[in-house]
Design a protein around this ligand. Structure first.
Ligand code: ADP
Ligand code: MG
Length: 239
């Protein structure tokens, strides 16, 4: 079977210089991939290129046979969750899911509400349906953001440091939710600094350094790598 995501020699520059340098990789359906690397190495830019939030200068990203050029080209296929939860503060928890289902997916009200309630149950927020996001903990807000992304029925979920702004306990709840999604054969790309999550969760780890892939392999291979730059990075974040 063709890989679900085909990244072919992508490059991306901003005014201050090249941020992605000729990155290529295949990601298969159901694969759970972690992307790690120093701050500024291009992790966010890379995954934003996968859903068309950033457009590549060279090379191509093809998802399920469709070339990604702007977000519309993969709308619905790729869900994304950010470090900042990006919820609608003036909508209730339930409406945060129902509204996009109505506007983006043109779902009938009843169907949208049924879906929203089942997703809230999945992320363990059923009893918060009528509250406003500001009253939720950071971990609950992030789980709502995950439920909202799932309501679009994506084939791929991108997580950009989803637990970085959370206390460890709340981070764990969110991680737990991500793990339950992984068990449903979702294709997941997770950018994180939290190495215990990478270890528990990802079968494959990509280390980005300065816009290039410095490593692509298993967690154990990463730990065993003789590469000095990888060893230095791991020493800092995985003591
Ligand atoms: P990471 O997620 O690994 O910390 P990023 O992909 O966010 O790295 O950023 C890589 C580099 O690209 C950084 O130097 C950052 O300042 C720059 N960058 C990212 N987004 C933009 C943008 N929209 N405009 C200009 N520079 C950007
Ligand atoms: Mg980033």
């Amino acid at each position: 079977m063709e890989p679900l995501i085909q990244v072919r020699g992508i490059s991306k520059s901003f005014s201050q210089g090249r941020v992605l340098k000729n990155i290529s990789m295949d990601i298969r359906q159901g694969e759970i991939l972690a992307v790690i690397g120093p701050s500024g190495s291009g992790k966010s830019t890379f995954i934003r290129c996968l859903n068309g939030l950033e457009q590549v200068d060279g090379g191509s990203v093809v998802i399920d046979g469709i070339k990604v050029d702007k977000t519309a080209s993969v709308a619905g296929k790729v869900g994304m969750v950010f470090q900042q939860f990006n919820l609608f503060p003036h909508y209730t928890v339930l409406e945060n899911i129902v509204r996009p289902c109505r506007t983006v997916k043109k779902m009938p009200k009843q169907e949208a509400e049924t879906l929203a309630l089942s997703l809230l149950k999945k992320v363990k927020l059923s009893e918060k349906a009528d509250q406003y996001p500001a009253l939720l903990s950071g971990g609950q807000q992030q789980r709502l953001a995950i439920a909202r992304a799932l309501s679009m029925n994506p084939d791929i979920m991108l997580f950009d440091e989803p637990t970085s702004s959370l206390d460890p306990e709340l981070a764990y709840e969110v991680f737990d939710t991500i793990q339950s999604i992984a068990e449903e054969n979702m294709t997941i790309i997770l950018v994180t600094h939290q190495m215990h999550m990478v270890k528990q969760f990802a079968r494959r780890v990509v280390f980005l350094e300065n816009g290039s892939v410095g490593f692509d392999g298993t967690f154990q291979e990463l730990l065993d790598s003789p590469d000095v730059r990888i060893r230095q990075f791991l020493k800092k974040i995985y003591a």
